[in-house]
Design a protein around this ligand. Structure first.
Ligand SMILES: NC(=O)NCCC[C@H](N)C(=O)O
Length: 285
């Protein structure tokens, strides 16, 4: 029996899942951002930044909260719980043991909230909406990052589980280890991305499918500020920081840019987008 909301799409207000950073810290190193930051975060600052993000997202979406689990410091990165598509939830299978303890509470939350749980094969790593991003211009098209965390084999598996087109992108730079650190589909088919994070065939795939007028390539300084790790809710784009140049290009494309400082989470390799998970990814035709 579902505890609260139905995952069907009767409302137009976006729905977003977040998970409080109660147990957040950098206590291990599984990406290059974490290297110099073990035991170098403060609970008060991370809570304040996360609260600011939650309040900002709440102005543009309904926010549901998942209870954080003790001993799982990265669970606040809700994007990595799994992939939502309509009423279906595909749970992540984390590459590193440090995060595998998040899998059971995530499955439990989605089961309690009425989603159908569909499982990838046991031996395929896939890190959810960190590496799986639905196109917002073409329905039933999933961009999938692989090479650091998720396996390439997740692409055909997801295509058949969800009956969607999956376009796999190989991530070439370890600083951009999840697709959502360097690629962000936006409303009306715009896409924010950092070209140098991809290998040449993957960049060609992006350029083949997204017309130049809708490609918003960011410079390295914006990429390193996690500008591609953005939450897009209608016309609103919420991100850690955008340079004046990027801000004016986004505004020129019709978006309203809101900055929320999230440097405490960047020490762990995440920012706005990773701290959220859309619960209403629409199933188009
Ligand atoms: N990029 C994301 O989707 N999530 C950020 C995850 C950060 C975490 N420390 C990790 O390395 O898995």
């Amino acid at each position: 029996m579902a505890e609260t909301m139905s995952p069907t799409m009767e409302r137009t207000v976006p729905r977003v899942l977040m998970c409080a950073p109660t147990f957040f810290e950098v206590s291990y190193v599984i990406n290059p951002w974490m290297t110099d930051h073990v035991h170098n975060t403060t609970a008060e600052r991370s809570r304040r930044q996360w609260d600011a993000l939650r309040e900002t997202v709440t102005r543009h979406a309904d926010v549901a909260l998942e209870e954080p689990a003790h001993g799982q410091p990265d669970m606040t990165f809700a994007a990595n719980a799994g992939l939502v598509f309509g009423n279906t939830f595909v749970p992540s299978r984390f590459r590193y043991a440090e995060r595998q303890g998040e899998e059971a509470p995530n499955r439990d939350w989605f089961r309690r909230h009425g989603f159908d749980i569909v499982e990838l094969p046991d031996d395929v790593f896939f890190e959810g909406a960190g590496d799986g991003l639905f196109d917002r211009g073409v329905s039933r098209r999933l961009w999938m990052g692989y090479g650091h965390r998720s396996d390439q084999a997740a692409a055909p598996a997801l295509a058949s589980l969800l009956d969607v087109e999956v376009l796999p992108l190989k991530l070439a730079d370890p600083r951009f280890y999840h697709l959502d650190t360097c690629f962000c589909p936006l409303a009306n088919g715009y896409t924010l991305y950092f070209p140098a994070a991809f290998d040449a065939p993957s960049l060609a795939l992006i350029e083949k499918h997204i017309p130049p007028s809708h490609r918003l390539a960011v410079h390295e300084h914006d990429a390193l500020d996690f500008a591609c790790n953005a939450v897009n809710l209608g016309k609103v784009v919420i991100l850690n920081r955008a340079s004046p140049d990027l801000r004016s290009r986004l505004e020129g494309a019709g978006f309203m840019v809101i900055e929320v400082a999230l440097d405490e989470f960047m020490k762990s390799g995440g920012a706005a987008k990773c701290l959220t998970l859309r619960l209403d990814e629409v199933v188009g035709t």
